[in-house]
Design a protein around this ligand. Structure first.
Ligand SMILES: [Fe+2]
Length: 315
């Protein structure tokens, strides 16, 4: 995709490739599993019982979706440290974080050093076993994860980690950081054996904000996403280094900080999109905002928690 050059984004700190995954706190993990796996067709690839979490992927990356059951107790990592303090986050259905993929660990650690030197708030640094991550909030308080894969065989990592808590602390060190890209280059989507819909991957997320200018400045000048043509004073689509839409910011006057509106899920084409719409409608899921524009079709539905799910495909 041809993305116009954007000076602020070119000199930005992070410059992720793309949105890799969306991680949600859900009110009922079983219900979320039924929707995202048994209906939408994401294959569950790993679960982390200690934090009541399920991870789903059809091959695009190690997980497109992380689902963690909302809880009023703290979630603890493999080192015994509090990973998510319930008093702060995750006690109700809400966005946990958006995960942006970096090209390499070296690039991630170099960016982390710049963030620190500029006094930009970093929440924590984490070793997920197959990726190393830097977490930080955006100006609305939405949590963002910037991660670099550190293994090529993420399927093998999941297989060897069954029943384990894989997450722990990580100390970024520039000298030791791996410069080799390990992200998934291409993939052939796995097909869920029984689901009526065959999601290919999660591609983007939409955030509502009352302070569009501040959010746009952060996402271009710090994160390094590039505004795409067609943006206006009400909404902006932003692309990562791959050129695909990774994030949409929508001006919502009076929106409370941290308003997650929807995530984009790609289907294989127009026929699968039409079939998905019929299937969801038949199962009493709402169909909203049907669009056909620039060779891409989409519609919005909602899961049982009310999270927006925007299915899209090339016409
Ligand atoms: Fe994540």
């Amino acid at each position: 995709m041809n993305v116009p050059d954007h000076p602020a984004a070119r000199n930005a700190v992070l410059r992720p490739r793309r949105l890799g995954h969306v991680n949600l706190f859900v009110s009922d993990l079983g219900e979320a599993r039924r929707f995202y796996s048994e209906v939408c067709g994401f294959v569950e690839i790993f679960e982390e019982p200690a934090i009541t979490a399920a991870f789903m992927s059809n091959g695009n990356t190690h997980h497109d979706l992380g689902l963690i059951e909302a809880s009023r107790t703290d979630r603890v990592d493999r080192d015994g440290n509090v990973l998510i303090a319930a008093v702060q986050r995750g006690s109700v259905a809400s966005l946990n974080h958006l995960g942006f993929e970096m090209a390499s660990e070296r690039q991630l650690v170099a960016a982390y050093e710049v963030l620190k030197s500029r006094g930009i708030k970093v929440s924590r640094t984490v070793d997920h076993g197959l990726a190393h991550s830097v977490y930080m909030p955006d100006p609305d308080g939405n949590m963002l994860e910037f991660y670099a894969d550190v293994v090529d065989d993420w399927r093998g990592f999941w297989k060897s980690s069954v029943g384990k808590t894989v997450t722990g602390g990580w100390r970024p060190q520039l000298e030791a950081a791996d410069p080799t890209p390990h992200y998934q280059q291409e993939f052939e989507a796995d097909i869920h054996p029984t689901a009526p819909i065959h999601a290919r991957r999660v591609t983007c997320a939409t955030l509502g904000t009352a302070q569009l200018d501040d959010m746009l400045a952060f996402y271009t000048e710090i994160v390094g996403l590039k505004p795409l043509p067609g943006s206006d004073g009400r909404q902006v689509s932003l692309a990562g280094e791959t050129g695909e839409v990774a994030l949409r910011l929508v001006h919502v006057p009076g929106a409370s900080a941290g308003t997650f509106l929807d995530m984009g899920i790609e289907l294989a084409g127009e026929r699968p999109l039409i079939d998905a719409k019929a299937c969801l409608r038949g199962n009493a899921f709402p169909i909203e905002e049907e669009q056909a524009q620039d060779g891409r079709m989409s519609f919005l539905t909602r899961d049982r928690d009310g999270f927006g799910v925007r299915f899209h495909a090339r016409a």
